[in-house]
Ligand binder design. Sequence first.
Ligand code: PLP
Length: 489
Amino acid sequence: MENGGSPMNQWRFKGNEELTLASAVTIRGVLNMLMENLNVHETRPVIPLGHGDPSAFPSFRTTPFAEDAICAAVRTAKFNGYSSTVGIPPARSRDSVLKFISKLNRECASIGFLIVGALLLCLDWHGCPPLLVEARPLTPLASTFHVKRTSESHRILLLERKEREGLFMGGVRPISEDEGRAVAEYLSKDLPYKLSPDDVFLTIGCTQALEAITTVLARPGANILLPRPGFPYYEARAAFSHLEVRHFDLVPEKDWEVDLAAVEALSDENTVAMVIINPGNPCGNVFKYEHLKKVAETARKLGILVIADEVYDHLTFGSSPFVPMGAFGSIVPVVTVGSISKRWIVPGWRLGWLVTNDPDGILMKQGGAVPQILENTPSDFFLKIVNTLRESADICYNRSNEIPCITCPSKPEGSMFVMVKLNLSLLEGIKDDLDFCCKLAKEEAVIVLPGVAVGLKNWLRVTFAIEPSSLDDGLGRIKAFYHRHAKKQ
Ligand SMILES: *Cc1c(COP(=O)(O)O)cnc(C)c1O
């Protein structure tokens, strides 16, 4: 070996191409690219209308109840070690986990990974204090699972409690009864039946919940139906798990409802699930009860699972109330994913859940930060947040209607986003949505997400969850940008 030379002239390790491809389009990647276009000599503040994270703005500060719950949980010193209370009771722990996993993987080539995953989980993950976990040590491991199953058996797997406990071992922390009870009770408030703590799996943010479910559903040849426009992380995770993606449209003229005829046309015997995001990112829409029921009936007819991303649950400020998909759990099995990131405005805390909706019993107990946060936050906090969002959504809608090259098909009623259509024919020298956003960043220090990042070219996704005064400033700058680039008649 010479100085600096590699052994045998070649290193044996290299990047995973599949991973690189799977994450080719990410919201964060596009936003980072736009940030590079900012003019270093710009003196005005940057207006961030691209990234849905309002936690930095005073109007969106989380509730002291949540902050206190975390501090109190830390001060008890109960969550510093590998906890005996956090996690599955001994009867359901290591032995049964491994037994379950062996069973699940009789056909599976990569059993070694599974066992390593389960052990790591028992040793490491398992003991992490809730809410203070940032790293995701098991994420790559979870993705190496190649479990072969028929679509019938995966349905049984999802529905049968005992198996569920093992099913999500590849990266999801089992939970204490307290946490399970708190999440179950929180979600049950909106449901016609009670969830049980056994229905709940705590995850590291909603992100990990959707990782877990795409991993679990992946089997050779399987496909999943995703909304367009949507949340590109689903595409990335599906690609990573070798799940084929098929897109159905959300229809702008119908308040972004699901094109159910397209869902039926797209699905076949290898379709395992469809995803809905409600309240919607990126569209800011809120599905009505009747529409959700039709979604459930369609999924039942097709024999597929509904994955309901309800990370923006209750962030609604228009005429349609939030209805959880789980309300239709008796029509079709529903896996709901969510987190405290958005409603409590704490995306950095990384606490989420995956819940199987299954009308069942209840358990009682108490303790920890999660129950405190879910149960003790006074409703005036949520009211204040929703009122601020309504005010911002109004500003966003009204002011963007003053900008000729932008049309907003429907006023946002939920989440933190709105999709607006770009009319390029009114602009001089702007190629497409990406070009628009790059130039806007450079000239006006305003960051907006090009629609191409969420699957809809030549649209824009605008986040209105920022300080109302900045939003007003940002939209004013977009208007000035338009007038500078407007096509001369
Ligand atoms: C923000 C977001 C997530 C991820 O939520 P975290 O709890 O921050 O991991 C998932 N789905 C959608 C639609 C989101 O907007």
